[in-house]
Design a protein around this ligand. Structure first.
Ligand code: ARG
Length: 601
């Protein structure tokens, strides 16, 4: 093990030296040099480089107009923005990256990349692995707080969205070499436990009898205890005392609380297991012992004020204050979140903390983030590190356009939902005759990959802030922008390679990738942009950006494949390498979206 660890650091160091940035960053470096050379006395500007899809070029540098407006009048050499553009082109250091440059319109500098350079880079990735294209971020350690259902309450589709989006963000960060603390901030503390525990004692005088099967449905149990709480004042009083006993750490109460949590946890784990989600529980209760100290710290800074019996923090621009101690002296969601934030910053040393919940909680996050800034825990500049982000998402809707429910208008059990996705995809595979062709295991595994993949992709492909309609037929369609279509596309590429009977491992050493056909070049350039797309998806916390990239990749491949013969052509080796590179990038996209690839169909 020690040896393995050693070689790993050595190779990663080697990569570090070699890493020169993604296409955009490399071009930015060249333009930076050019700007400094062309305008040695200023203005001092950052190079503005962006990919573009015009017929004039692959990338654009957009600095000319800005510079022109700054030097206008003082420098007679430049009569119009286009002449600034020309100066930028003239001063570009020579580079094997660039095939040609031209100035268009009011000074846009268009760059055509060299196809030899593009080919070389793809070849390098084939040899060094897709990890060589991993983005480099500014942070070393991040927390992704996601999923986070509540004990004894239902884990609903909102939690499913949080689980899917959060997992994908964590994967993208991990790929970018960030250490990610995947946190399940479960709601396992609060006054509702008094009522639950008291009801538990009442229903099971003999505590040994308590287990999953005895309680059955924990949500029904919650409802029943709530009803008891609301209708019987004596019960209510006992429940309130039970909270005190629980918080005081009385063993009997603590044990009952643990039992209730354990039953919920088992339910949640069924979902995580199906979706292969890695997450570590650090629920609200974990932070409870630290709350008084944190409130104290905030009070010392003069942030905490009295208001109608409660202790609150006022936030500029918001009418209602953030309550941190309730009027009965108890703590709440905000006190826990402030404390958890403090813990993550100071104990866990996280530099970026990301919270994934529905947009409905936006105000809560905005408010406690502001409080943390006032306390000086976070820099006032929201883009500086350490940084916090609330990743909000919209609702999941049913066919009727209303909140997603079952036919009998109950909340959908997530396990049932996932099981249905799987069984529907299995039925499709059987219809395609796969039951005869494949082993039972293969059928099962593919049905799972496709079924769960479909649910995840349908969620991730939309901008997360929009509501989306849950529709099995749509998400399991093998045409259009769906996981099914994409997974099949990948499987087809794998089969092209298999059928060629060529050894890719040998071919990739031959440096024979050429990009003479226009469709080869388009596909190859798209592949090369993988790194900057992941970086964008990661920095802006938008998995849909990666989905869009993946879908376009598949479209570009289809175009290439229908216009360029692979097997049996003169360019066979080169084109097989392009197939292999496409398959690899697709697989990495699937991986980052939490989708398992399939290799045959
Ligand atoms: N338990 C909360 C809910 O179900 C989500 C918690 C999100 N995380 C956080 N740190 N507040 O809505």
């Amino acid at each position: 093990i020690a040896l393995a660890a050693k070689t790993r650091t050595i190779t990663s160091m080697a990569n570090e030296e070699e890493y020169s940035g993604n296409v955009k960053q490399q071009l930015a470096k060249l333009f930076d040099a050019s700007l400094k050379a062309a305008f040695p006395t200023g203005p001092d500007v950052e190079p503005l480089v962006a990919a573009c899809t015009s017929k004039f070029g692959d990338y654009q540098c957009n600095n000319a107009m800005g510079i022109f407006s700054k030097i206008r009048g003082q420098n007679t050499e430049y009569k119009k923005p286009a002449s600034v553009g020309e100066a930028i082109v003239k001063n570009l250091p020579p580079s094997e990256m660039i095939e040609s440059c031209s100035v268009a319109g009011p000074g846009f500098v268009n760059v055509v990349l060299s196809k030899i350079w593009i080919a070389k880079n793809i070849q390098k990735m084939l040899i060094g692995g897709i990890e060589t294209w991993a983005p480099r971020l500014q942070v070393k350690k991040a927390v992704v707080d996601f999923s986070s259902p509540n004990i004894a309450k239902e884990m609903h589709v909102g939690h499913l969205r949080s689980t899917i989006i959060g997992d994908s963000l964590a994967r993208m960060l991990e790929f970018s070499n960030v250490e990610v603390l995947r946190r399940n901030h479960v709601g396992d503390w609060g006054t509702q436990f008094g009522m639950l525990i008291e009801y538990l004692f009442e229903t099971f005088p003999n505590i040994e009898d308590v287990n999953e099967t005895a309680i059955g449905d924990l949500q029904a149990f919650y409802k029943a205890s709530k009803q008891r709480f609301d209708s019987d004042p004596a019960f209510k009083e006992r429940a309130q005392k039970a909270v005190v006993s629980l918080q005081g750490g009385e063993p009997k109460y603590r044990q009952a609380w643990m039992q209730i949590c354990e039953i919920s946890r088992k339910e949640f784990d069924k979902v995580y297991k199906r979706l292969k989600i890695q997450i570590e529980e650090k629920g609200e209760s974990f932070y409870n012992p630290f709350i008084p100290g944190i409130i104290e710290k905030l009070s010392e800074k003069g942030l905490v004020e009295e208001s109608q019996g409660a202790r609150v923090i006022f936030i500029e621009g918001v009418n209602i204050p953030l309550i941190v101690v309730k009027s009965d002296g108890g703590y709440n969601y905000a006190s826990t979140d402030l404390t958890a934030l403090w813990y993550r910053l100071n104990e866990e040393k996280a530099e970026w903390i990301i919270y994934v919940t529905d947009v409905g909680q936006q105000q809560h996050f905005d408010m406690f983030f502001s409080a943390a800034k006032r306390a000086g825990w976070l820099p006032a500049d929201g883009s500086a590190y350490p940084k916090v982000n609330h990743v909000g998402f919209g609702l999941v809707l049913g066919e009727d356009g209303k909140r997603f429910r079952t036919r009998s208008s109950e909340v959908v059990r997530l396990v049932d939902l996932l099981d249905e996705a799987k069984s529907r995809s299995k039925a499709q595979l059987i219809e395609r005759g796969k039951a005869e062709e494949w082993t039972d295991d293969e059928l099962e595994q593919t049905a799972e990959a496709v079924g769960y993949g479909a649910v995840k992709y349908a969620d991730l492909k939309n901008n997360r802030l929009t509501n989306y309609t849950f529709n099995f037929d749509q998400m399991l369609n093998d045409k259009g922008n769906t996981a099914v279509y994409l997974l099949y596309a990948h499987a087809r590429i794998c089969s092209i390679i298999r059928k060629s009977k060529k050894d890719i491992e040998e071919l990739k050493k031959t440096e024979s990738l050429v990009l003479d056909h226009a469709d080869e070049r388009v596909l190859a350039l798209h592949l090369l942009q993988f790194s900057e797309v992941v970086e964008e998806a990661c920095s802006n916390l938008l998995p849909n950006v990666l989905c869009e990239y993946l879908y376009n990749l598949s479209e570009n491949f289809t175009k290439f494949y229908s216009n360029c013969q692979v097997v049996g052509s003169a360019e066979e080796i080169s084109r097989l390498l392009l197939c292999e590179a496409t398959a690899r990038v697709m697989r990495k996209c699937f991986h980052l979206l939490g989708i398992e690839p399939v290799y045959k169909i």
